[in-house]
Design a protein around this ligand. Structure first.
Ligand SMILES: O=C(O)CCC(=O)C(=O)O
Ligand SMILES: [Fe+2]
Length: 313
């Protein structure tokens, strides 16, 4: 099925609107919850990333992918899909690199040193500032979701145990008669994912009727997706956001993904469990979910989220 140009729900999370003191706080919290329950995704309008930082980080990403393959593969991780990904037969157009715990300067420095042994302070500073700026958006979304469920007392410990994976993503244009499916249909294993990108379209979101909706990029648009961990935490109230990337034009697409992961166990708050909503998931280890998913055949992954198989009651 082709993608539609239906509007994607958009929520204004610009600074004024996302302060608990603002008059719109309660309605915005509800809008966030409803969008995540209904679709598993929404577009956040967010103005904290300056136009300058947006411009330089996107040109840094272009520069990063120009590095030799031998350099890029130095980006390794013991967590699945946290390091360099490329030259994969099923998704040949895609390449990705990642910095785990990217809000920490030391982690950005380690990554930068691997990629540019003679140094690249500008890249390092931009990557950390980008991660911190978008992590604040993630924290706002999480606060709003917890508050809307009346479980705000669990929010600070949740955020305190959260770390952020920053991934740099590159999709080259298809050559000759290469297929244009650049990232297969999937849900993320994160708690929340936030995607931002250059002007090249290609990201598509699946709605509950199975229709694909194209994301329209803009400098102030950030796509917020609920990951499988959020679905399980919410006792299946939140829908995990299915998405894929289909390359159509002639230009390369560059994107940044910030993925939140929670340390310790993720446990459904007791307030979200009752007779109507019996407990669906046992407390689970987030990285354990990631490792379990990695053992499942690629063709099976798009069909189910795997969370039930990993930690279902
Ligand atoms: O390129 C994008 O915008 C999406 C990437 C993605 O879905 C992922 O890395 O999980
Ligand atoms: Fe994804």
């Amino acid at each position: 099925m082709g993608s539609q140009t239906m509007p994607i729900p958009t929520i204004d999370l610009t600074l004024e609107n996302s302060k608990p003191q603002s008059s719109s706080w309660v309605t915005t919290c509800n809008d966030v919850r409803l969008a995540l329950e209904e679709h598993g995704w929404f577009v956040a309008k967010y103005d904290k990333l300056s136009p300058h930082l947006r411009e330089v980080i996107l040109s840094d990403v272009v520069e990063l992918f120009k590095l030799p393959y031998e350099t890029k593969i130095q980006n390794t991780s013991d967590k699945p899909a946290f390091g360099y990904v490329g030259k994969i037969a099923a998704i040949p157009l895609h390449e990705g690199l990642g910095i785990d715990r990217a809000t920490d300067l030391g982690e950005c420095q380690k990554f930068t040193k691997l990629m540019w042994p003679s140094g690249n302070d500008r890249f390092c500073e931009n990557a950390q500032l980008y991660a911190k700026t978008v992590a604040e958006l993630e924290q706002t979304v999480v606060r709003m979701l917890f508050e809307s469920y009346g479980v705000e007392k669990h929010c600070e410990s949740h955020l305190g145990a959260t770390t952020y994976l920053l991934r740099f993503l590159n999709y080259r244009r298809p050559e000759n008669d290469e297929a244009n499916l650049a990232f297969v249909t999937h849900t993320d294993k994160s708690f929340i994912s936030i995607l931002h990108q250059n002007h090249v379209r290609g990201l598509e979101l699946r709605n509950k009727d199975g229709e694909w909706i194209g994301f329209e990029p803009s400098p102030s648009s950030f796509l917020v997706l609920a990951g499988d961990a959020c679905m399980a935490w919410s006792n299946n109230r939140v829908r995990p956001g299915y998405h894929r990337v289909v390359m159509k034009g002639n230009e390369a697409r560059y994107a940044l993904g910030l993925f939140s992961f929670r340390g310790g166990l993720i446990e459904t708050p007791e307030e979200l469990i009752d007779d109507e909503h019996p407990m669906q998931y046992k407390p689970f280890d987030h990285v354990g979910l990631l490792r379990f998913y990695d053992t499942v055949d690629v063709r099976e992954r798009a069909k189910h989220t795997m969370t039930k198989a990993y930690c279902g009651v």
